[in-house]
Every structure is written in C-alpha cells, then in structure tokens.
Design a protein around this ligand. Sequence first.
Ligand code: NAP
Length: 298
Amino acid sequence: MRPRKTTARPTVGFIGLGTMGTPMALNLLQAGFPLVVWNRTTSKTGPLKAARATVAASPSAVAAASDITITMLAQPHDVEEVVLAARGVLAGLQPGSVLVDMSTVSPATSRKLAAAVLTKQGEFLDAPVVGSKGPATAGTLVILVGGLSQTLDRCRPVLSAMGKTIVHAGGFGTGSSLKLATNLMLAHLAIGFAEALLLVQRAGIGPTKYLDVLQASTFHSPWYQTKGAGMIQRDFSPHFALKHMRKDLRLMGQLAADVRIALPVTEAIEQMFAQAESAGLSEQDYSAILGYLEGVQG
Ligand code: NAP
C-alpha cells in the first residue's frame, strides 16, 4: 500500500477542465496543491499549464501520479468511460489513493464507481457541487459528499480549496441524491420565474418591478438578482448549460423511479427542457428555457 504522506500536501489529479473544472483546478493550484491534469480536448489544458500544473497523457497517468484524483465531467456515461476504460482512472489508481467524483451523476453511478474503486483497494467519494461558474471561481461552492467520514476527513483540505460549505450526506451515492434534489428546486425556480415573466409582461407590468416585488417578499433570493436579472436582459450565455439541466432532470426521474415515487411536475419540466434541446438550445444557459417558452407562445 502506498505510504500516506503526513506533512507534504497530497498530489491532486484533476480530470475534466470544462466550465466548472478549470476554475476549480486553478483554485487547487492557488492553494498550493501539486496538480496533475487531463482533459479530452487538450487545448483546454492551456490555462492550467500556464499556472504550472503538469499535463498528463491519460486519465490512468493522472491517477498513477496522484494521491487524490478528482473527476468533473458531463454525463454519467462519460464518468464511467473515463474511470473504467483501458487507459482510465482505475487502471492507474494506486492502493490507498482516493477518487472523488464531483460531476452530477445518478447515485447508482456513484455506487458503481465506489465498488470499482474498492476492488483496487482505493477510497471513493461522490462530491457533486452546488453553485455555478461564479462560486467555482471564487472557491465558494457547496460540496455534497457521499462516502466514509474518514475519507472525507482526508480530502477535506482539498475540498476546502474549492468550496466554502461541505455537507456529509451519508454513504456512497447520497451526495449525488442530495445534489439532484437541490437541482430539482433550481429547475422549478427557473421555469416558474420564466412563466411569471411572460405573464407580467403580457399584463403590461415592467419585469424589473416584478423583480423588486420578489426581492421584498419572504421568498426573496440572490438567484433573482443574478440569474433572474440576466433572464430579463435575455442574457443566456452559458454558465450551466441547458443540456446539463436536462440531464439532471432525467436523472431525477430515474432516482424517483428507483425510490418508487412520482414527480409529475418535474416530469413535465423535463419534457419542456427536452423540447428546448430539440429546438437547438442545448449549449445555452438553462435560463434560455425562457426563450424557448417565448418561442412557443409566439
Ligand atoms: P462542461 O463545461 O460541459 O465540461 C464538461 C467536461 O467533461 C469537459 O472537460 C469535457 O471535455 C469533459 N467530457 C465530457 N465527455 C467526456 C468524455 N466522454 N470523455 C472525456 N471527457 C469528457 O460541463 P460543466 O459545466 O463544467 O459541468 C461539469 C459537471 O458539473 C456536470 O455534471 C454538470 O451537471 C455539473 N455542474 C455544473 C454546474 C455549472 O453551473 N456549470 C454547476 C454544478 C454542477 P472536453 O473539453 O473535451 O469537451
């Protein structure tokens, strides 16, 4: 078993340098962790290389060089591919080292990854995040963790470089379940705000006045000031892509089926996001659901 370092900072591996992964990885470097990175599209490693990260040739090479390997990828099948493929994380994972998957995936995927990592005498955490590009850059993400508390204790300094709040949800997969329940509220909020905006505008009321009323209410939220104000401006530049929100809605449906409950409103929202994807809005921000609804209304 790999001897655990007691004084030196652990070497961290980071796989997946997208909208979220790049600022998160930069914060790890900023905090002084030696960092090894890999991304499928090699050109996106540029900012990390410039900040003195080491660029590895494959996910297995990242894992072989790291005490703690982090994945921040798009879909559950992408994470499974990057972890389980021939040159994947598992092929390089050293006994005693940790895989932390921070992507939003199903709890079933998290448990499958945990089982695979345990066969290599490794440790696993599912640790998806709440917060978008802004909090990822500021290092103020909320991190929802599933796994053993001793593994979390070991990884806490690394996670603290990326997030301000760390919640231990329970065993493997519970971080992923908690994340899906959180994004359920976000999807409902976005679609509710979009419908309300259409309503007040057609009723001849200025959207900013409506925003002021929401902010004066007991259910005020910083979300209205950031995302809501952006929606009023029709600024749909991607922070959290609509295709990822649709993916999360699909995963919520799978989880609901697994635990045998019906989520009829969430199902209807998923259909709307599916139609928005078909209308070509996948790469825009999820708030572009407003643009989709406007198009439908004519
Ligand atoms: P993103 O910008 O689309 O980046 C996705 C990353 O995954 C890219 O590095 C991409 O590589 C990589 N990737 C995708 N498929 C792959 C595959 N088959 N093999 C290898 N690499 C692959 O996504 P993001 O916004 O950073 O989100 C990442 C995860 O965090 C998602 O699960 C998302 O739901 C979740 N999340 C996002 C936000 C947000 O606000 N954006 C907030 C919380 C959670 P390439 O560069 O080669 O395409």
